[in-house]
Design a protein around this ligand. Structure first.
Ligand code: 13P
Ligand code: ZN
Length: 285
């Protein structure tokens, strides 16, 4: 028995492999954190390091995460290697009593630190834990190519991206009824981008980083994987449609009334600010 036999750790590793298979993780691109349930921490605790790592200040504070434990990918580690050597590519990190520092209690046995996006992950966990009444468990960052491509051609506005994605596949609005936020280009790996991203996560379940990638949240690995997959597939359809059109124009789309009908039939409340948004540019219906 070891940490690697615990179901949640196996599920975490499977998520790393599945997402690599989708082509979203070139090199060390992307990272994944999971907020552990207390009973999962207890099952893993006997295998924790005898001497935990030093406390490391994160530069951000997440008071509602004080004392919680997270599984995290290591900074600079390739997600494709997680399955082969989990103990050297992922870790379990504990937050301190004020929620501003972490220490490693398991993993990264050959050295290393949690993802450079740990401040963004923790700020996002803090917000999503609050707005979902503790249901949210996962924050996941990837570099999916079509959503990144769209950040070069669409106005960098949450309403524009959400409308484009909702109208690119019929069931998108059911999968992300709050919509997708957008963060303009910023230097990754720091506290400024962490704060900008968690502002978006107050209102949306996902946030695009212009010219970089996408952050999603989720209550389970399936939900987080499914959200990344759904958003990226919608972006792929939008990219193909825009580039297939001889004049770059979209001729017909799912209308706002269609979206309202889907919301009603599926019993989900769509973000009204997105539904009511009108762009000056007719291309961005
Ligand atoms: P890490 O290897 O530090 O997780 O960074 C990858 C990444 O995608 C940064 O945005
Ligand atoms: Zn990245």
């Amino acid at each position: 028995m070891s940490v690697l036999d615990v179901k949640v750790v196996k599920d975490y590793i499977r998520m790393c492999s599945d997402t690599v298979g989708q082509g979203w993780h070139e090199r060390n691109g992307g990272n994944l954190t999971y907020r552990m349930r207390p009973e999962e921490v207890e099952v893993c605790r006997p295998y924790f390091r005898a001497v935990p790592g030093e406390w490391v200040n994160m530069g951000v504070q997440a008071e509602n995460l004080a004392g919680e434990y997270f599984i995290s990918t290591g900074s600079g580690k390739f997600l494709r290697n997680v399955e082969l050597e989990p103990q050297n590519n992922i870790c379990i990190a504990e937050l301190n009593g004020t929620g501003d520092s972490y220490r490693i209690v398991w993993g990264l046995e050959a050295g290393g630190v949690p993802t450079s996006e740990f401040p963004t992950h923790m700020m996002n966990h803090s917000v999503r834990k609050r707005v979902t009444n503790g249901e949210n468990r996962i924050i996941y960052h990837a570099h999916p190519p079509y959503i990144i491509a769209l950040t070069y051609v669409l106005p960098l506005k949450a309403e524009v991206f959400t409308r484009m994605l909702w109208k690119s596949a019929t069931e998108c609005c059911v999968v992300f009824p709050d919509g997708v936020g957008v963060v303009p280009w910023m230097v990754p790996g720091g506290t400024d981008i962490a704060r900008a991203t968690c502002e978006q996560m107050e209102r949306y379940e996902a946030a695009i980083w212009a010219f970089h990638g996408l952050f999603v949240s989720g209550t389970s690995f399936d939900i987080a994987f499914g959200l990344m997959h759904t958003i990226e597939k919608a972006a792929q359809i939008a990219s193909i449609a825009l580039s297939a059109s001889p004049d770059g124009k979209i001729r017909q789309v799912i209308t706002d009334d269609n979206l309202r009908t889907i919301g009603k039939e599926f019993g989900v409340t769509l973000n009204e600010d997105v539904l009511n948004y009108r762009s000056d540019d007719p291309l961005f219906f």
